[in-house]
Design a protein around this ligand. Structure first.
Ligand code: PRX
Length: 663
């Protein structure tokens, strides 16, 4: 992986949990973790049955804990429950009812100014969710229908998600930074009946035109010539930014007007354990994003238990996960996990450095945030902006820090520990994926000694292993593929509408085991060190981007003949996207064309997928069988000397033409 991930060896540097922290933690010692972990692996069904009984509220008990036939898992078969009931109704009539469920801070208007604020207690959130669930029903939504949610980071995003779960509709949240084309692709694939969006969202002082993107998605066609009108019957629009938007009568309705027409009596539907809960699209190594499907009971159990033990949630915590609800981290650790625990979850709408680079620290101090969960990319950016910004604020409320989304380099870990945690706060580096639903490899803060740069050891019930190409476990300190040997409750249940691809991608690489797509190494203590993706998926600033998707966006431009996209190490974002592009005959490579192509990708996918660097080439290096030699391109992109076997290269001269970033 990148140099910046290996330049410090902290492998022998161990941070033991502080005894005061351990004394109050849910899991108080390493011995206690090991005992529970061993039990969870030895008798998984007994373990999960006990946890499901203790942690979740059921309408009807299950008959069978697990029905497992590779690659199909059914957990808690025959049971019935409801996610919104577990996150909301469960707390009514308890002291938690009047506690803040969501604290929301909007994007601030000016330097030094607070953003708009809103707090919803569990009781208030329950009320809002019931109202909106009735709005969904009134607008024709039935159990099992799919709904796209395309909203900014506002409480209504959580309200819409919970309202779907209340009536058994399946939500698919689309990150607000994605384009009209991405919205259309997700509707085509999920066959959604409704889109919930907003007039606009605020981002760095500008308005993101969400409703306009939805309107722009309507005329787009899929490969079979279908357009959105075929399935989308209604668009519900939240008034947020106050900008002018077009309205299509009969199809578009205002959120606030609809809510005014319904009452708040909406009993939660009794849902089967395996009823689809949500679909979340994520990049794969080929083609369009895959619709990861999660179901009701197993997902909720995973989100709830990991939130409780990894973040060591307590009643008095103010917990802040900085992820957007458009990503899985926002699903499991802004909405479902914390609310199922009766915790206070903070949501922030804006960017970490708008209007000034102390935005996060201002919020920590203002609300007395006790737990902060963010991405290594953000931490590296804060390091770059300088210590003076966090030092201006009182961060003494913090007691636990977390990271997710990409490997954290030891330098960033140490900075987080020293400058933000003031050497008092444990750090939980949590490894997991959209597919896993919840955290899989992680320290438990009162129990696990940590080392900067490793996610340490598996969570209860999770059996990861590092294996070779034959699927055999490799000795400690040898690299290999990371697989998971046993099914777990919050695992994905499939790819929406594509069982074949589900089996191929996840269950065929190492037959019988779940293949993560990540490379990994275990050290002498058995700690897992994630190296990064080993498929053609890049991790750019904690966002998963498939190189194939960016390539197909590039070649959809009429001036491009061929494109190959690879990653290069980037000190800030972990990886940066480099595109090698050949142009159609007669088209000249210019800096203006480079901008045009970057914007084209932005329009096709979203700004997160814009290549950092576009290099024009006369030809791409290929093997005699016509395969693009990505290994060589990666070396060229990172400026490394070209090594290894080039004898199968069709035309050696193309290599010399690729090196320059100039036109
Ligand atoms: O490569 C791993 C990396 O992010 C991938 C999953 O991306 P996504 O599904 O978008 O989910 C991100 C949030 C859970 C993984 O395959 N990754 C995630 N967490 C870590 C990580 N790599 C190293 N260390 C982590 N803590």
């Amino acid at each position: 992986m990148a140099d910046n991930f290996t330049s410090l060896s902290h492998e022998n540097r161990i941070f033991k949990p502080h005894k005061d922290f351990s004394a109050r933690a849910h899991i108080k010692s390493f011995a206690q973790y090991k005992k529970l972990y061993n039990e969870s692996i030895k008798s998984p069904e007994k373990f999960w049955a006990r946890e499901a009984k203790n942690e979740l509220a059921w309408f009807k008990p299950w008959k069978k804990v697990l029905d497992w036939k590779v690659p199909s898992a059914k957990w808690f078969v025959g049971g019935q429950l409801n996610v919104s009931h577990n996150c909301l109704d469960k707390w009514l009539g308890t002291p938690t009812a009047n506690k803040a469920a969501l604290i929301w801070e909007g994007e601030p208007a000016a330097p030094g100014k607070p953003g708009e604020e809103r707090t919803l207690t569990y009781k208030q959130l329950h009320h809002e969710v019931c109202l909106f669930a009735n709005v969904l029903k009134k607008n024709g939504i039935k159990k099992g229908d799919r709904i796209l949610i395309y909203l900014p980071m506002v409480p209504e995003a959580a309200i819409a998600m919970l309202a779907c779960t209340r009536i058994g509709a399946v939500h698919s949240v689309v990150f607000g930074g994605f384009s009209a084309q991405s919205v259309a692709d997700r509707v085509f694939d999920s066959q959604a009946k409704m889109i919930i969006t907003a007039d606009g969202g605020f981002r760095r002082g500008a308005v993101v035109p969400l409703k306009k993107n939805v309107d722009d998605a309507f005329p787009l066609n899929d490969a079979h010539g279908n357009c959105l009108t075929k399935t989308i019957e209604k668009v519900i629009v939240l008034k947020r930014a106050g900008n002018e938007v077009a309205f299509t009568p009969g199809r578009d309705v205002w959120w606030h007007e609809e809510v005014a027409t319904v009452d708040a009596n909406c009993p939660a539907e009794k849902m089967d354990s395996e009823a689809p809960l949500f679909i979340l699209y994520t990049s794969g190594s080929t083609g369009k994003p895959k619709g990861i499907l999660h179901t009701t009971a197993g997902y909720l159990l995973g989100a709830k238990m990991t939130s409780k033990y990894v973040f060591d949630l307590r009643d008095e915590d103010v917990y802040w996960c900085t992820a957007d609800v458009g990503w899985v981290t926002g699903h499991s650790y802004v909405v479902y996990g914390p609310l199922a625990n009766g915790a206070t979850s903070l949501m922030y709408e804006g960017a970490p450095n708008f209007p000034e680079p102390d935005r996060f620290w201002r919020i920590v101090a203002k609300y007395g945030v006790t737990i902060l969960y963010t991405a290594p990319t953000a931490i590296r950016a804060f390091m770059k902006w300088g210590d003076e910004w966090p030092k201006k604020h009182d961060l003494s409320s913090l007691r636990l820090l977390g990271t997710v989304g990409e490997p954290i380099n030891p330098e960033a870990w140490m900075w987080y520990h020293t400058v933000i945690g003031r050497k008092r706060c444990p750090i939980v580096d949590t490894w997991w994926q959209t597919e896993t639903g919840g955290i899989m490899i992680t320290p438990l803060p009162g129990a696990t000694p940590t080392k900067p740069g490793t996610a340490t050891l598996p969570f209860f019930g999770i059996l990861p292993e590092v294996v070779d190409d034959q699927g055999n476990a490799v000795p400690h300190n040898s690299g290999g593929k990371l697989v998971v040997r046993k099914p777990w409750p919050s695992m994905l249940r499939g790819l929406w509408g594509d069982p074949k691809r589900y089996k191929e991608v996840y269950w065929s690489e190492v037959p019988g085991s779940y293949f993560t797509g990540d490379g990994c190494r275990q050290d002498k203590d058995g700690y897992f060190w994630i190296v990064g993706r080993i498929d053609d998926v890049l991790n750019v600033a904690g966002h998963r981007i498939g190189t194939a998707e960016v390539e197909s966006a590039l070649v959809s431009n009429s001036k491009v003949a061929e494109a190959a996209v690879v990653g290069r190490p980037d000190a800030l974002k972990g990886q940066a996207l480099v595109a090698f592009v050949t142009l159609k005959t007669g088209v000249t490579a210019t800096p203006a064309l480079r901008d045009e192509l970057r914007n084209h990708v932005g329009k096709e996918i979203g700004p997160v997928a814009k290549p950092d660097d576009i290099r024009f080439a006369e030809a791409l290096p290929k093997t005699r069988s016509g395969k693009i030699m990505r290994r060589l391109l990666k070396q060229v992109a990172s400026g490394a000397e070209i090594k290894g076997d080039t004898t199968t290269l069709e035309d050696l001269t193309v290599l010399t033409k690729l090196g320059s970033a100039e036109d």
